[in-house]
Design a protein around this ligand. Structure first.
Ligand code: SAM
Length: 189
């Protein structure tokens, strides 16, 4: 193939990818940045907390949702570590969602599913645990949504930014990654 065609195809693809990320960041007000996939400390701690919760509450068919799952790396590790749990990622932005789906199709695991959806109208009442890594400016609205929909006892892990709208964490952890990253753990009252 002609070098010029390859070059222009690569250039156009690059601009489409960048435009798509920018469009969805503009639409949701949230950029796609992952929970430090290169630093396992955060996800290891998160998996530990989720497993403890599952054992403590003796839930038979546990389910976890990540609101805004980005490219899906965090959830992929969680689903692999907890194969009996139903794990769902909801993401609006096409390219990160597509990356998640491709990784899941190629490498599993079977208990993991990604939906390309807006999480605001998505009913989360059927889940036993919710994970977020969303910026502070939308955490009031996220808190209100979870207040309305979650059943008592549901665990919420807010990574980086605390829930607002009256939520009080029962545990706040600082994980060094090497900078300090906070995790807030809640149970719906
Ligand atoms: C900071 S990333 C977090 C990714 C992942 N949860 C993690 O911890 O690695 C937040 C993601 O939320 C998505 N998002 C924001 N608002 C959304 C909405 N209303 N519906 C679905 N996804 C949304 C953004 O597109 C972005 O990819």
């Amino acid at each position: 193939m002609n070098f010029d065609i390859i070059f222009f195809t690569a250039l156009i693809s690059f601009f489409i990818v960048v435009a798509s990320y920018d469009y969805f960041e503009f639409k949701t007000g949230v950029p796609t940045f992952p929970t430090m996939p290169a630093v396992p400390a955060v996800r290891r701690r998160m998996i530990e907390i989720l497993k403890n919760d599952m054992e403590t509450r003796k839930i038979k068919s546990h389910s976890i949702i990540d609101l805004g799952s980005g490219s899906g790396q965090l959830l992929w590790h969680i689903a692999k570590a907890m194969p009996k749990v139903r794990v769902v990622g909801v993401e609006l932005s096409y390219i990160p969602w597509l990356r998640s789906v491709m990784r899941q199709r190629l490498f599993g695991p079977a208990n993991l599913r990604y939906e390309r959806l807006d999480f605001w109208p998505y009913d989360v009442s059927g889940f036993d645990a919710v994970i977020t890594y969303l910026p502070g400016k939308i955490m009031e609205r996220v808190g209100e949504k979870l207040n309305k929909e979650l059943k008592p006892g549901t665990m919420v892990i807010a990574n980086g930014f605390p829930l607002q709208a009256g939520w009080q964490p029962y545990e706040t952890m600082t994980v060094r990654v090497p900078f300090k990253m906070k995790m807030f753990v809640y149970a719906k009252s």
